[in-house]
Every structure is written in structure tokens, then in C-alpha cells.
Design a protein around this ligand. Structure first.
Ligand code: NI
Length: 224
């Protein structure tokens, strides 16, 4: 499932995040790339300076923890620390699939879901679209600052060349409680039906049955 989540960061959080990034040092993105990705990766990544990383992580993780769409669609179990990627004019990231196991420095996790959080006004740079291949064709994604897109980590994707201005994004990899993307999508839809029934008709038998089925499906399909 490819899903856009609007308003992950509010205006004040965006200003704060961009302020920290503006005063920080970036290094060649190839340093964090696996062997295959290194061939096609042309971007820069925030140098991991503990004080600014801690602040950035606190802002991003607290807003994600409260985002119902994110939690319902991803069913997050473990999350990588974010990577902040900067694409200056002329930079791009060729087609690749994300590493299966993430977290070289901290706890390891299997990447089930990838997330790109856009941090700059799309009008402020040319190009830099995220192009994700799906069974139904290639999706082109370039979102408003503060919005995010989630997609299966197994999908082939690339970032088109930035032809003017600067693209800045935060990237996350998440291990889901439910590994199979088709099951996650089904649970996401069932949960939406459940929530609307719980608010419209909390005492109905059908509401209780859907609620129970949802919980029991999560139990049946979750890894942990
Ligand atoms: Ni990628």
C-alpha cells in the first residue's frame, strides 16, 4: 500500500526542524549506502551529531506517536532513527530497493515499511520527485512540507534529479507488527470500518463483532 499522510509535522515543528538542519553539517550519502545502492546514490545526509539528532528525533517521534493514520496503516513495532537527506541541484538517487535489515548502530530491525517525510515547500525546488514502482505503474510523489508517504520497503523506487533548488526529506524504516503488506492493508481498512462503527453505533452487535474480529486478526497475524 502506498499512502500519503498529511500534516505529520505542523508549521512550528517544521520551522524548528529546518532551523536545526540549516545549522548542521551534511556528509556524502554514499557513506551509509549498501554496495548496490552506492552505485546510484547521489545525495547528502545529516552528519549524526548527538545533540541535534536527539532534538530532531524527539520532535519527529512524538508527532508520529500521535498520528492515528500512521499507526493504523503501519502497525509499527520498531523504527529506525531517521536519516535526513539533502539533494542539492544536480543530485538524484537511482532506482534501488531499501536494505532489508536496518539499524547498523542501534537495535536491528527488518524494514517492512519505508517512509519519506517532506520538509521543504515543493514550490521551492524543481524535480526531486519520489518515483515508486507499483504493480499498477509508477507513482510520482512530491508532497507539501510536513506531509509523508509510506510504501513497502520491498518496492523499487528512485528520486528524480533536482534541477533547481534543494530537496530535504527525513527517511524512516519501520518493522511492522504485521509483516505481509496485503494483511496490513486489510487491517487498515477494517480498522477504519471499526472506528466509524464505534462512533456511530457503539452498542450494536455488528460493531462488537467487527471490533472483536479486528483485534483477533491482529493477534493472529502479528509477529510479536
Ligand atoms: Ni530508498
Amino acid at each position: 500500500m502506498l499512502l500519503e499522510i498529511t500534516g505529520v509535522l505542523n508549521e512550528a515543528q517544521l520551522v524548528k526542524v529546518n532551523e536545526i538542519l540549516a545549522g548542521s553539517e551534511f556528509v556524502d550519502g554514499k557513506l551509509s549506502a549498501g554496495m548496490a545502492a552506492r552505485q546510484v546514490k547521489e545525495n547528502e545526509e545529516l552528519k549524526k551529531e548527538p545533540r541535534s539528532m536527539e532534538l530532531l528525533i524527539r520532535i519527529l517521534m512524538s508527532s508520529l506517536a500521535h498520528n492515528q493514520t500512521f499507526n493504523s496503516a503501519v502497525l509499527p513495532y520498531r523504527m529506525s532513527d531517521p536519516i535526513f537527506a539533502r539533494y542539492q541541484t544536480g543530485m538524484r538517487y537511482g532506482e534501488h530497493v531499501d536494505d532489508a535489515i536496518m539499524g547498523r548502530s542501534g537495535p536491528r530491525l527488518r524494514s517492512d515499511v519505508s517512509m519519506t517525510l517532506f520538509l521543504r515547500d515543493p514550490e521551492s525546488y524543481q524535480g526531486g520527485e519520489l518515483l515508486i514502482r507499483t504493480p499498477f505503474g509508477t507513482n510520482q510523489v512530491k508532497l507539501a512540507a510536513g506531509d509523508a508517504v509510506i510504501y513497502p520497503s520491498s518496492s523499487l523506487h528512485r528520486v528524480a534529479e533536482v534541477t533547481a533548488g534543494e530537496r530535504m526529506v527525513a527517511l524512516f524504516w519501520i518493522q511492522s507488527h504485521v509483516r505481509d503488506p496485503a494483511r496490513r492493508e486489510l487491517l487498515f481498512e477494517l480498522n477504519q470500518a471499526r472506528e466509524s462503527l464505534l462512533s456511530a453505533a457503539p452498542d450494536d452487535l455488528s460493531t462488537r463483532l467487527v471490533d472483536r474480529s479486528f483485534s483477533n486478526l491482529v493477534r493472529m497475524w502479528s509477529d510479536v
